[in-house]
Write a protein that binds this ligand. Structure first.
Ligand code: ZN
Ligand code: FE
Length: 257
């Protein structure tokens, strides 16, 4: 299993460090929105950075790239379809990232919706999905359509259930409040809320999640379920003919929740 470390940044971001398999002192840095907490963690734990992986262009994911590159001369991997500072490797679906220092490989999935060129890194039963999928929620549609985001989440849903989901924000508790408004009778949401609450009270991250868990609690991954559909139809006040229109309704509902 891939060893990872979450570095908290800003109010609710996590910058994930992915440790090398042969040498766990070597790390790849995912979405460094801020260099400061990363540099501190590298020093404190005597870690050696090997690469930067970026999922999308938002400032809270790339703000620290420049300084980390200046300081450590790291190669920067990022989406081909977006403007990423210091990017050396422009990635699209089907590409492979081989981090030789770490003995870690990822394949790239395109997942537009939150932003137009958003990508995710998948490998070693782990998915680094940026702001596309959150635990019990999903990213806002800043640049994409409900169709695109549904398709992106559908790609994730096709991965093995034990895939660990490394989201980049700690939004789980507020997402769960919305999820239980959509599905008040869903016992898995209730149980997860208790677990997540306890973790947060101890100052622990609720992440990573798993795809299995998201399939049971995440309304945006459950738009094909009768319970989510009927709740969305009630909210919209009209019949919703397909999962994409259910998704669009639930997303708009959450935006105003
Ligand atoms: Zn974002
Ligand atoms: Fe973000």
């Amino acid at each position: 299993m891939l060893k990872t470390t979450p570095v908290p940044a800003f109010s609710d971001n996590y910058i994930w460090l992915i440790h090398g398999i042969a040498d766990p002192r070597k790390v790849a840095i995912v979405d460094p929105g801020d260099a400061e907490p990363v540099i501190k963690r590298l020093k404190d734990q005597d870690l050696e950075p090997a690469a930067i992986l970026v999922t999308h262009h938002h400032w809270d994911h790339v703000g620290g790239v420049g300084r980390l590159v200046d300081e450590f001369g790291l190669p920067v991997y990022g989406p081909a379809g977006e403007d990423i500072p210091s990017r050396d490797f422009a990635l699209l679906e089907g590409d492979t990232v081989a981090l030789e220092d770490l003995g870690v490989d990822f394949s790239i999935l395109d997942c537009p919706g939150h932003t137009a060129g958003h990508i995710a890194y998948y490998g070693h039963q782990a998915l680094f999905c940026g702001d596309t999928l959150f635990s019990a929620g999903c990213g806002r549609l800043f640049e994409g359509t409900p169709e695109q985001m549904s398709e992106s989440l559908g790609k994730f849903a096709a991965l093995p259930g034990d895939t660990r989901i490394f989201c980049t924000h700690e939004y789980t508790l507020s997402n769960l409040r919305f999820a239980s408004a959509v599905e008040p009778a869903n016992r898995d949401i209730e149980a997860y809320s208790t677990t997540a609450q306890a973790l947060r009270e101890q100052g622990q991250p609720t992440l990573p999640s798993t795809l299995d868990l998201e399939g049971r609690v995440n309304p945006f991954m459950r738009c094909g379920e009768a319970s989510v559909r009927s709740s969305a139809e009630h909210h919209a006040g009209r019949p919703l003919p397909d999962p994409v229109s259910v998704f669009a309704t639930v997303r708009a509902w959450k935006d105003a929740f």
